[in-house]
Design a protein around this ligand. Structure first.
Ligand code: ADE
Ligand code: ZN
Length: 334
């Protein structure tokens, strides 16, 4: 790992906590919870991580998350991620979680939230690593189920900065969730949505116009629509790009085919993130390294990506300036 990349102060803005569960932790939690897994060993589970598309990944991702039952499980998952993030220069992180993946199995919403929040708070104290939490609705489930989840979350509204939209994209356009996103906006939450990962550019338009998102998660398919690119550039809408994820899920054949360089050249506010690092072969620094090597991105480009990550975050203006000053101080001594 290039020490410059590892130490580069950065924000991570597209990270699913359930996608940070390493196979070793899945097995350890399964054992202590008496949950049986359809894999004989850690290695057998890891060998199953060969995906053909988004759905083939999601099937395994939801199976892995099925071991999580107690508050401590959610703490351990979150803490393991935060330790890795801290070691890779992440100064601020805005993480997704999928409450429905757990409440559908009978786990209390509070157990999920409390475990995650306790770990985020410990990382703030121990590492100075700041964070925000984004509650995602599963788009393969109904709009009514998303609405019920928002109702369940509202007593803890101050714990979240935004709501998001993830899971199986194609066939579940943003328009399906317009009403629940309207409710979230009305109580002061921000909105983000996965769009243009496997789904068409129209889904990005819908996320902007119907869900009023502050950021697009992935968004790589925007390049198919020049009018859309012009708008994203004009409004400087951040895109949380996840290069290793895109290659593992066959959005691009090889890292060398990834369009991140073209996106930056077009003036898009792209950022680099890890998505589901335990499944896709790398945390955020490995993603920076992959595009540095695979696309030949210069150091100036990597710094631009790190700068974009703070600009695209939900940090207050004062906190953003503080983080950008840390970045400048790092560059001054690098
Ligand atoms: N859930 C976890 N990772 C995801 C991704 N890359 N796209 C959609 N839903 C997800
Ligand atoms: Zn994602």
């Amino acid at each position: 790992m290039d020490p410059f990349i590892r130490g580069l102060p950065k924000a991570e803005l597209h990270l699913h906590l359930e996608g940070s569960l390493e196979p070793e932790l899945i097995f350890a939690i399964a054992q202590r919870n008496g949950v049986s897994l359809p894999y004989a060993s850690v290695d057998a589970l890891r060998r199953a991580y060969s995906f053909t598309n988004l759905q083939s990944f999601l099937d395994i991702y939801y199976a892995g998350a099925g071991v999580l039952l107690h508050e401590q499980d959610f703490y351990d998952m979150t803490w393991a991620y935060l330790e890795r993030a801290h070691a890779q220069g992440v100064r601020h992180t805005e993480v997704f979680f999928d409450p429905q993946t757990h409440t559908e199995r009978g786990v209390a919403f509070e157990a999920v939230l409390d475990g995650i929040r306790r770990a985020l708070s410990d990382a703030r104290e121990r590492f100075g690593l700041t964070s925000e939490l984004i509650l995602c609705f599963l788009r393969h489930l109904s709009a009514e189920a998303a609405d019920a989840t928002l109702t369940q979350a509202l007593p803890y509204k101050d714990a979240f900065v935004a709501v998001g939209l993830d899971s199986s994209e194609v066939g579940h356009p943003p328009s399906k969730f317009q009403a629940v996103f309207r409710r979230a906006l009305d109580v002061g939450l921000k909105t983000v949505a996965h769009a243009g990962e496997e789904g068409p550019p129209e889904y990005i338009w819908e996320a902007l116009d119907l869900l009023q998102v502050s950021r697009i998660d992935h968004g790589v398919r925007c390049l198919e629509d020049p009018r859309l690119v012009a708008r994203l550039v004009e409004e400087q809408v951040p895109l949380t790009v996840c290069p290793l994820s895109n290659v593992k899920l066959k959005v691009f054949e090889r890292i060398e085919d990834h369009t991140l360089g073209r996106m930056l050249d077009a003036g898009l506010r792209a950022t680099v993130n890890s998505d589901d690092p335990s499944y896709f072969g790398g945390y955020v620094a490995e993603n920076y390294e992959a595009v540095a090597e695979g696309l030949g991105l210069s150091r100036a480009r990597l710094v631009e990506l790190a700068r974009n990550s703070f600009h695209a975050s939900f940090l207050s203006p004062a906190e953003r300036e503080r983080r950008l000053a840390e970045l400048d101080a790092y560059l001054a001594q690098a």
